[in-house]
Structures are given as structure tokens and as C-alpha cells.
Design a protein around this ligand. Structure first.
Ligand code: 3HC
Length: 293
């Protein structure tokens, strides 16, 4: 049976983007949050994105109506019972994820495929919370999900080959370029991206250059869309710290070790754009000023 109905657990930054992309790609989509308030906030973000696409002429008004018609918000996990795929994008805490998957396992039909958007946990440690580890993959999207063209499709040692191929195809149906990744911590992108971001912080700590000069160097010298500090603020310093810490514990290599400055900033609550301050100060969001660190 082809995939028709997609469930998305979590309507935060990543979950709302995944739900938007699934509905835009023609799938009946149900997205769940823990409270109506958080759900409404996520759905409002999707509405805003769709309105922008209509304004730019990327989609028609009629298409927006159809996309909205395919998308349902809920606070109940039971609404996932007839989904063909459930993509999870909740907080990166293993016990919370395992509890969710155990509950979903009891609710969803046996054929439902589970896919985690985790960026740092291994797939097998979540899959074993269910009785269907063979129908469990990683689907790692990138922020902002509607714009970034990549999805890492992660195969655990227990994933069934046919299920895996179906999910690679599903990634393509979502309009993304799927890449095949093994269940190794950080997969492909974060294995390369995290040491680069941490190295930028070490370069700053060692006085190689200022925040703006390091950002401009990589942006203008290498053609990256954002310099490393702008990207760190965009991804979130807490998120980067958390991923780096897991990768360091896994590989015990210095290149994954969170630098002291990153830790101090996270302790200060300077988590980047979302908290109004990180390597830049966003008091005026249209004109961020480099922080005095
Ligand atoms: N949602 C939807 N659309 C968005 C958006 C958002 N949050 N932000 C920007 N866009 C759209 C704009 O509408 C615009 O669309 P258009 O070309 O059709 O008009 C397009 O993206 C470009 O936006 P802007 O012109 O405003 O700005 P930029 O050209 O600077 O692009 C960017 C913004 C796409 C965010 C670009 O700066 C970029 O690619 N940055 C790097 C992002 C990145 O590296 N992401 C990966 C992070 S790592 C990760 O997610 C993994 C995790 O595990 C850590």
C-alpha cells in the first residue's frame, strides 16, 4: 500500500516544517502537540509560511486551501492510529522519546513505519522501545525544513531493507534529496558540521579573528549562506552543545568536545536567535550586533 497518511509528533520548529512539507507534497497529514496552545503556535507558523508562498506566487490561493485541507492538528496520539508513517520531532531526550514510541506502538496499526527526526541519538536505542524495530528509521531534516533540500534517511541494524527503500522514496516524495546514512551518532551532516562550528568557537577563543570577521570569512570566502556564528545562533547554542556533548561521549575525540565559551553561553541562557542573544544580540532583529564576549 502506498503511503497516504502521515503523522507528525511535535509542532515546534522542525515538526511544523515537516508537517507543512508533507501536506504540501499531497499527503493527508496530522500533527500533534502536547497542548492546544503550543499546537496553535505551530499551526500559525505554517499559515504564515503558506501565506508568504501565495504572496510570492509560488503557490496559488486554491493550492493553499488544498494544503490546509490536508493538514489536521490534534493533541491526541490516538489520531495517529491509521497513519502509514509517523515522523517524530519532539525534545531530544531518550526517555521521553522511548515513552512516546512505546505508546505509539500500541496505538498505530502494525504496518505503520516510525521515523525519528533525531539529530544526535541513535535510531536503534529508540526502535527497541517498540515491537517493530524493523519498521523504524531515522529521517533527519534540516532547518528551515521547507527550504533545506536534504533529508538523511538512517538505517539501523534492525531496519528491514524494503522499509528502508520505501522511506528513501518517501523522502524524495517530500521534495527532498534523500541521502543514505548509517546509524552512527551525528549521521553524515552533524559529523562534519559540528566540529566546524566548534572550531569556529575555538578560533574566536584563541583570538584568530572577531565574530563578524570569522563569519564574513566563511560567508564571502567560501560562499556559505551563513557564517558559523550566525549559523550557531540560528541552530541554537543549547542544541549545538547538546549534540556536541553526545558526539563527544560517543567518539571521545577532541573535535566534538564543546568549547568552554559555548558552555558558559548556554549556562547564561544566551542560546542564540530564539533567546534574543547568542554570538549576536538580536535586540533589533533586522540588525544583529556582535556580542561583546
Ligand atoms: N521557513 C520557510 N521559508 C523560509 C524560512 C523559514 N524559516 N527562512 C527563509 N525562508 C525562505 C524565504 O522565504 C526565501 O524564499 P524565496 O527564495 O522563495 O523568496 C528563501 O528561504 C531565502 O530566504 P532569505 O532570502 O530571507 O534569506 P537567505 O537567502 O539568507 O536564506 C536560509 C535563508 C535559507 C536560512 C539560508 O541563510 C541558509 O541556507 N542558511 C543555512 C541554514 C543551514 O545550514 N541549516 C542547517 C542547520 S543544521 C540542522 O538543521 C541540523 C540540526 O541537527 C542541527
Amino acid at each position: 500500500m502506498p503511503i497516504q497518511k502521515v503523522g507528525v509528533v511535535g509542532c515546534g520548529l522542525m515538526g511544523s516544517g515537516i508537517a507543512q512539507v508533507a501536506a504540501q507534497s499531497g499527503f493527508a497529514t496530522v500533527v500533534r502537540e502536547v497542548s492546544q496552545e503550543v499546537l496553535d503556535k505551530g499551526l500559525k507558523g505554517i499559515e504564515k509560511n503558506l501565506a508568504r508562498l501565495v504572496e510570492k506566487g509560488t503557490i496559488t490561493e486554491a493550492a493553499r486551501g488544498e494544503i490546509r485541507g490536508r493538514l489536521t492538528g490534534t493533541t491526541k496520539l490516538e489520531d495517529f492510529k491509521d497513519c502509514d508513517v509517523v515522523v517524530e520531532a519532539i525534545i531530544e531526550q531518550l526517555p521521553v522519546k522511548r515513552e512516546l514510541y512505546a505508546a505509539l506502538d500500541g496505538i498505530c496499526k502494525p504496518a505503520t513505519i516510525f521515523a525519528s527526526n533525531t539529530s544526535s541519538l541513535t535510531i536503534i536505542e529508540m526502535a527497541t522501545a517498540t515491537k517493530r524495530p524493523q519498521r523504524f528509521v531515522g529521517l533527519h531534516f534540516f532547518n528551515p525544513v521547507p527550504v533545506m533540500k536534504l533529508v538523511e534517511v538512517v538505517k539501523s541494524i534492525a531496519t528491514d531493507d524494503a522499509v528502508y527503500e520505501e522511506m528513501v522514496e518517501f523522502g524524495a516524495k517530500l521534495g527532498k534529496t534523500p541521502v543514505r546514512a548509517s546509524d552512527s551518532t551525528g549521521f553524515i551532516v552533524n559529523r562534519l558540521l559540528v566540529p566546524y562550528l566548534l572550531d569556529a568557537i575555538r578560533a574566536l577563543e584563541e583570538g584568530a579573528g572577531s565574530i563578524t570577521d570569522i563569519d564574513n570569512s566563511m560567508k564571502l570566502g567560501c560562499g556559505y549562506p551563513m557564517g558559523p556564528f550566525t549559523l550557531l545562533d540560528f541552530v541554537g547554542l543549547d542544541t549545538t552543545y547538546y549534540i556536541a556533548d553526545i558526539m563527544f561521549n560517543e567518539f571521545r575525540e577532541r573535535r566534538f568536545a564543546p568549547p568552554p565559551l559555548l558552555k558558559r553561553m548556554v549556562l547564561a541562557g544566551w542560546n542564540g536567535r530564539k533567546s534574543g542573544r547568542g554570538f549576536y544580540d538580536y535586540a533589533d532583529p533586522t540588525n544583529p550586533k556582535a556580542s561583546n564576549l
